[in-house]
Design a protein around this ligand. Structure first.
Ligand code: DC
Length: 225
């Protein structure tokens, strides 16, 4: 896709730090930012508020009809800021179930591609490099061991005053990885041309600097992208 705005795709499992890394990389490059998981979480939130189960048709309709605006840290759902509500483990788990439904994924596809605007986009999720933006200028697969991710999530929750249990967080993350990696459509997996970055033993600033460095290298070598 010549002359389209460049995309930096950052995929990886839950709690790998991809949200923090992707938003900081977007800031450093002056690019737009898409947190695609928020869209799946929004479908989870809207449908659970409506008392719905997991019917694919109904959920696909919710996905096509989402009235959402992202502004800074706010996620405005028909004008209501639901950023905090989306973060709960319950919404993450429901989002993971919903994300296995092909019609929901198709319903969100064009909406995600719409975020690709000049001067460029950093997008994080599970299938940014494999399905949504296969022509991304740079694809990073950011990972970390389950133990490290569970500890990071535990600390995040604790900092927010939410009580959590490390062992059960670790079990939940492993179960979610399993579901995301084994679903039939757009499973969690590195694109063949992705650079895999294991952040288990690296401070987040170092990971950000590495991705910005790779991005600049790719963007400079492909001026028409
Ligand atoms: O990144 P996250 O934890 O906010 O995502 C929540 C769930 O949404 C995750 O378990 C899998 C799903 N998801 C997906 O299937 N594809 C994406 N691009 C982003 C998220």
């Amino acid at each position: 896709m010549k002359n389209a705005s460049p995309v930096i795709a950052i995929d990886g499992p839950s709690a790998s730090g991809k949200g923090t890394v992707a938003s900081r990389v977007a800031e450093a490059l002056g690019f737009h930012y898409l947190e695609s998981g928020a869209l799946y979480r929004l479908v989870a939130l809207v449908s659970s508020r409506a008392g719905m189960g997991l019917e694919e048709n109904e959920l696909a309709k919710v996905a096509s009809g989402l009235d959402v605006t992202f502004t800074g840290d706010q996620v405005l759902l028909a004008g209501e800021d639901v950023a905090e509500a989306l973060r709960s483990e319950a919404m993450g788990n429901r989002a993971s179930d919903i994300a296995s439904l092909p019609d929901v994924r198709s319903a969100l596809l064009e909406r995600q591609r719409g975020f690709r605007q000049p001067p460029g986009l950093v997008a994080d999720g599970r299938d940014m490099g494999t399905v949504v933006f296969p022509d991304a200028a740079l694809k990073v697969f950011l990972t970390a061991s389950v133990g490290v991710r569970a500890e990071r999530r535990y600390k995040q929750l604790n900092d927010k005053g939410i009580r959590a249990n490390l062992a059960s967080l670790s079990r939940d993350l492993a179960a979610r990885d399993e579901r995301d990696a084994n679903r039939a459509v757009a499973p969690l997996a590195p694109a063949p041309d992705a650079l895999v970055l294991d952040s288990s033993d690296q401070p987040v600033n170092q990971v950000i600097a590495q991705v910005v460095h790779w991005a600049r290298e790719k963007l400079e070598s492909k001026p028409d992208r």
